[in-house]
Design a protein around this ligand. Structure first.
Ligand code: C2E
Ligand code: MG
Ligand code: MG
Ligand code: MG
Length: 300
């Protein structure tokens, strides 16, 4: 068809160029179908107090259980979902599911069981004029108190213009907590923190990797440590909470505690798991009151 139209002079590209477009359209269609077929699931990764391993929150992460390809990682479909706009209904599904689940945990384990539930929001969603009212409706319909919800956004998403800024400010005014995800990897982290109504800063995994190393590669480890130290100082100065991401060992926990981090997330502390898995963890810690000291380093 492209060839015919090419001959007719309507289409100037060569045959091969149509392929990525076609693959893109196919994935877009597949994603839509997957949403209709209920193939997406939400898993939850624990967010944990570093001094006592107590679970204080979760991050919702979407999973695609493809009927033939098996589990597809978000890295392989979120970009396509963003390009096609399907991230908007998919994100709405994750939002609803997370709010519903957080309310169930609140009912079962009380206000001290789980402080907050977070989910990722992409720039495309923040651009959607209905996003703020979608969030308000999800909170109202499920009954989740706004201060229990955390929306994670990356620096690049925040830098996407006034509509996004306005949406973020409205969400902040509603009492929803905003987290800057993958902090330190963006282009203007520091100036951004002044302009953006963040409540939480998530130190990117790349600064946690190797943070425990004291010799061997001292220079590299020191550079990471310097960033991790600068971020926690900045967070303290601005009254922000922190989460250290991608913690894979007890040595990293020790190094982060040393720097003043009190909350973290990573395979060493808990893999992403089903809601039932989180319920089991919350049941285990139910009888034990949280030890003295602040769960959060900002001292709230
Ligand atoms: P993210 O928001 O930074 O989420 C953290 C990612 O790091 C997750 O990958 C998590 O499984 C992984 N991770 C956690 N601890 C460790 C660790 O100790 N080591 C290593 N190597 N990895 C760890 P996942 O689930 O594959 O998600 C990747 C990204 O996809 C997320 O990065 C987020 O940007 C995006 N994403 C996931 N779910 C959603 C969603 O519902 N909506 C949107 N818009 N984006 C999502
Ligand atoms: Mg995240
Ligand atoms: Mg992250
Ligand atoms: Mg990340």
């Amino acid at each position: 068809l492209a060839k015919q139209r090419g001959k007719a002079g309507f289409v100037r590209y060569v045959d091969g160029m149509a392929e990525p477009v076609l693959a893109h359209m196919q994935l877009g269609g597949e994603l839509r179908q997957a949403l209709d077929n209920d193939e997406f699931r939400v898993v939850y990764q624990p967010i944990v107090r570093l001094d006592c391993n107590r679970v204080i929150g979760v991050e919702a992460l979407v999973r695609w259980h493809h009927p033939t390809r098996g589990m597809v990682s978000p890295a392989d479909f979120i970009p396509a979902a963003e390009r096609t706009g399907l991230i908007v209904p998919l994100g709405r599904f994750v939002l609803r599911e997370t709010c519903r689940q957080a309310v169930a945990w609140l009912a079962e384990f009380g206000p001290d069981g789980l402080q907050e539930a977070g989910l990722n929001v992409s720039a495309r969603q923040l651009h959607d004029p209905d996003f703020v009212s979608d969030v308000a409706a999800a909170l109202a319909d499920t009954g989740l108190p706004c201060e229990r919800l955390v929306l994670e956004v990356t620096e690049s998403a925040v830098l996407r213009g006034t509509r996004v800024s306005r949406a973020l400010c409205e969400l902040d005014r509603m009492g929803i907590r905003l987290a800057l995800d993958d902090f330190g990897t963006g282009e203007s982290s520091l100036s951004l923190l002044r302009a953006f109504p963040a409540a939480i800063v998530k130190l990117d995994k790349s600064f946690v990797d190797g943070i425990e190393i004291d010799d061997g590669q001292p220079a590299a480890a020191d550079a990471r440590k310097a960033v991790a130290r600068a971020v926690i100082q900045l967070a303290h100065a601005l009254g922000l909470d922190t989460v250290a991401e991608g913690i894979e060992s007890s040595e990293q926990v020790a190094a982060l505690l040393d720097l003043g981090y009190t909350v973290g997330q990573g395979y060493h502390l808990g893999q992403p798991m089903t809601a039932d898995g989180v319920s089991r963890l919350l049941a285990l810690q139910r009888g034990t009151p949280p030890p003295a000291g602040n769960a959060r380093d900002s001292g709230r």
